[in-house]
Design a binder for this molecule. Structure first.
Ligand code: GLA
Length: 381
């Protein structure tokens, strides 16, 4: 699918701008295997970059302007790097926001003509926006000649999203899109941004299960969870919940109100599960990883309360599917996708039977696909 999308942006570029692009860049979406709602608590996450991405075919310009045509929106946008204004809710805000953050960091940017296309489903919780930000950053790297530092680029992408687009996300999505590696997931310490490659257990694949229900991340529930976590960290007298161990939590939890206590319990236990998951993966222990994923879902459902009926149903269907090793919601929650670890030799059949079971239970048509860990943002040619 991606190869044809690459061809499509190249051909469209040729048609619109009269000659071949001088460069092509891509940056992937992501699926998080475990470590949910821990990134903004300075904790640990274990996502992988997926084989679906934002692509840009481009050519430098000399006049400090950016013009970009989006295949997904069938629309062009254009702006001057020296005079950018906000146009709320427009897809091109990700381009401007990223340019703004790079310039704020002191980088001198040159403009470009580009054509972009994306096969990360939009709004599904697979980080299409982070993938677009990191592709745009790579495009500016090509035309402006700075050095790619994944953590720095991820932080600037996050700044674009927080300050320009107005979405209060953590660092996970940009970081995995910037730093992912083929064949691996990444254990990321969201405080130091140190990251380590972690292989998938042998003979397993990752299946994404899109419930066909959608969430609004800008929505208040995400910000409310962040505020509750901050309140809990304050209670424990630490910078972030990352600094509270499960034992420390248990010793004082009864002094917290019920909601704050549940939110904090999710975060401190999820950090522990994530560390254990990385150990299990390195040992090739799929069974333990699956159990940790199952426990993560229960914690997100009962303590963090960010699942919806569709996510709970699809996770149940997945767990009944032949070859399922573990399943959980993934991303912010409230809709979007779940993720399952499945035995490789039965994965295709798994996607069919689970899709049918889910459709029967909900009357919604899900999308299920086997996905493979891909490289992070890169200059393809
Ligand atoms: C969204 C945010 C991430 C992270 C997840 C929850 O995807 O963009 O930063 O907080 O939710 O783990």
């Amino acid at each position: 699918m991606s190869t044809s999308l690459q061809q499509l942006v190249i051909e469209t570029f040729q048609q619109r701008f009269g000659s071949a692009p001088s460069a092509v860049v891509r940056a992937p979406g992501r699926v998080n295997l475990i470590g949910e709602h821990t990134d903004y608590n300075d904790g640990f996450v274990l996502p992988m970059a997926i084989d679906r991405a934002s692509w840009i075919a481009l050519r430098p310009r000399k006049d400090g302007r950016v013009t970009i045509f989006s295949q997904s929106h069938n629309e062009s946008a254009e702006f001057d790097l020296a005079k950018m204004t906000k146009n709320p809710h427009h897809w091109s805000e990700y381009v401007k926001g990223t340019a703004w953050a790079l310039q704020e960091a002191g980088l001198k940017l040159n403009g470009w003509d580009g054509v972009t296309g994306c096969d990360v489903p939009l709004g599904a919780g697979l980080s299409s926006s982070a993938s677009f930000e990191m592709a745009v950053a790579r495009a500016f790297e090509v035309t402006s000649g700075f050095t790619w530092d994944p953590a720095k680029m991820a932080l600037l992408g996050q700044k674009a999203e927080n300050k320009w687009v107005g979405v209060n996300c953590g660092i996970m999505d940009q970081m995995i899109s910037a730093a992912g590696k083929k064949g691996h997931a990444l254990l990321i310490d969201c405080r130091s941004l140190a990251h380590q490659l972690v292989p998938l257990p042998p003979k397993t694949v990752v299946v994404i299960l899109d419930t066909a229900t959608r969430r609004g991340l800008v929505g208040s529930a995400y910000n409310e969870r962040r505020a509750q976590c901050e309140a809990a960290a304050k209670f424990f007298g630490v910078k972030a919940l990352r600094d509270v161990s499960v034992a420390q939590f248990n010793a004082k939890a009864s002094q917290l109100d019920e909601t704050t206590s549940k939110r904090a319990r999710h975060v401190v236990t999820e950090d522990e599960r994530t560390a254990q998951a990385a150990v299990a993966m390195r040992a090739g222990d799929a069974k333990t990883l699956g159990k940790l994923m199952d426990a993560s879902h229960e914690s997100l459902k009962n303590d963090f309360e960010v699942t919806n009926d569709a996510l709970n149903v699809i996770v149940e269907c997945a767990r009944h599917g032949k070859g399922c090793i573990g399943a959980r919601m993934t991303g912010a929650g409230f809709g979007g996708c779940a993720v399952a670890l499945v035995e490789e030799n039965v994965a295709e059949n798994f996607t069919k039977t689970v899709a049918a079971d889910y459709e029967k239970a909900t009357k919604l048509k899900p999308s299920l696909y086997v996905c493979h860990p891909s490289n992070g943002a890169e200059i393809v040619r």
